[in-house]
Ligand binder design. Structure first.
Ligand SMILES: Cc1cc2nc3c(=O)[nH]c(=O)nc-3n(C[C@H](O)[C@H](O)[C@H](O)COP(=O)(O)O)c2cc1C
Length: 436
């Protein structure tokens, strides 16, 4: 038997018209109605997945570039995943649901109370993907947006304030004993007076304590400050890194070091590596798809340009594909890392066509050059990650039943036969995430 691992699904472009424009999505679902997500998440639960994470950004981006974000629905619109969560809990019994939340958008008291409510309603299956995006600052106040590290400082203060509120009902405060005629002992509640750098408020929280643990905290930041946040706060870290043995082991030890530095145990954090496989029915089909990707047609290049224009908030769609990319078109709002990811190894005189074509190029799972392959080949890779000590993987995509079935129909039985995927759930998300 192989090592069992944890499995998550990441709804990568949030609660929006994800996958808009794909012909296979015309199944009569409406992205604003719960049925689409409920059908897909029931399949994830039947498959034995630990959790679903729903990406979010509260903002459509900077005022000058909104059209780039919404034109093809790559960057918006998005509805609030926290409010989708109850519909998903109602459709399932065991799987964890993890909306994305941003400390910039919700004051600690409101956040602690809303999350407590969902934790109780869901039978202790709530998780929170805590992100520190600062681009949306102008929607919440007129104070200037925070820098990268300061946003993590604020998130840490927010987390500790939320936790202090959750803990403001200590043992013995809730009595709920009809025979004694007493519901609660208000004299035991912690006043929870918080005066911090970013928040100031008084408790205690108007919510009863948890019977089976607090909501699970998830984080995705990979910078040194992001890893520090995870080490001190997170139950789950979402990792984006090359899937080689050195890289996976290196990332894991950085997270483990961060946990120990914060006075926690390495095994307190479950690390899920994000992967985006394309599962096909035969090795020949996989070879054909990879070969075709080397010669992308104009429509494919256009779609890549549109996606990059949305992510980089810079219009690439009007540029001549056969001329070199003028790096001066990127404003200060675009991070150097994002430009590097677009351009890759190409030198300054590479035509834009070549740069975009590199993003169309796919590789094979079987030789480690990419993510196209059969379910058996994908299971081989996942099994190999387990042999490197990995805790689990996060499959990245939209949350349409077609996508979920395409990816999982053959994979799940193979993973079960190999003992990599759970057959039984524990009662809570926190319990499901414990090391096997
Ligand atoms: C798997 C994964 C999921 C993420 N989900 C979100 C998200 O939902 N919302 C968001 O604003 N950022 C999201 N991010 C981006 C991170 O929050 C963060 O901005 C990015 O990883 C850079 O952080 P760093 O500067 O600490 O490396 C995600 C990143 C990864 C790898």
């Amino acid at each position: 038997m192989s090592r069992p691992q944890h499995f998550g699904w990441f709804l990568a472009r949030g609660f929006g018209p994800h996958g808009w424009g794909h012909p296979y999505l015309d199944w009569g679902y409406d992205w604003t109605s719960p049925a689409l997500y409920q059908d897909a998440i029931r399949t994830l639960e039947q498959a034995g997945f630990d959790l679903l994470i729903i990406e979010d950004a509260p903002s459509l981006g900077s005022a000058e570039t909104i059209d780039l974000r919404v034109r093809q629905a790559f960057g918006g619109p998005k509805l609030d995943p926290l409010l989708l969560a109850p519909y998903l809990f109602a459709a399932t019994e065991r799987i964890g649901i993890v909306p994305t939340v941003n400390p910039a958008a919700t004051l600690p008291y409101t956040a602690a109370r809303q999350f407590a409510t969902l934790q109780h309603l869901s039978g202790h299956r709530l998780g929170l993907n805590v992100v520190t995006d600062t681009g949306s600052a102008r929607h919440f106040s007129t104070t200037p947006q925070l820098g990268h590290d300061a946003a993590y400082d604020r998130a840490e203060e927010w987390m500790s304030a939320v936790r202090a509120l959750w803990r403001s009902w200590p043992d013995g405060a809730l009595i709920a004993d009809p025979a004694a005629g007493r519901y609660a002992d208000g004299t035991r509640l912690e006043p929870t007076i918080h005066r911090g750098e970013y928040y100031a408020f008084d408790g205690p929280l108007n919510a009863i304590p948890f019977t089976d643990g607090e909501p699970v905290i998830v984080s995705p930041g990979g910078s040194p400050r992001g890893l520090g946040f995870a080490g001190a706060n997170s139950d789950v870290q979402l990792a984006l890194a090359p899937m080689t043995e050195d890289s996976v082991r290196g990332y894991r030890s950085r997270i483990h070091d961060a946990a120990v530095a914060a006075g926690r145990l390495a095994e307190d954090i479950t690390i899920l590596f994000a992967i985006q496989p394309i599962v096909v029915s035969s090795a020949e089909e996989a070879d054909r798809i990879v070969a075709a990707s080397l010669e992308p047609d104009e429509a494919t290049l256009r779609r890549i340009a549109e996606r990059q224009s949305s992510d980089l908030e810079t219009d690439l769609t009007t540029l001549d594909l056969d001329r070199p990319l003028d790096r001066g078109i990127f404003g200060d709002h675009v991070s150097h890392g994002s430009i590097r990811r677009l351009v890759g190894d190409h030198d300054d005189d590479a035509p834009l066509r070549r740069i975009l074509a590199a993003h169309a190029r796919l590789g094979r799972l079987s030789d480690g050059s990419g993510w196209v392959g059969t379910a058996d080949e994908l299971a081989d890779r996942i099994e190999e990650y387990g042999a490197w000590g990995n805790d689990g993987v996060l499959l990245w995509g939209d949350l349409h039943p077609v996508t979920v079935h395409r990816t999982l129909d053959e994979l799940v039985p193979i993973l079960r036969r190999r003992g990599i995927l759970r057959r039984e759930y524990e009662p809570t998300l926190r319990a499901n995430l414990r090391p096997f």
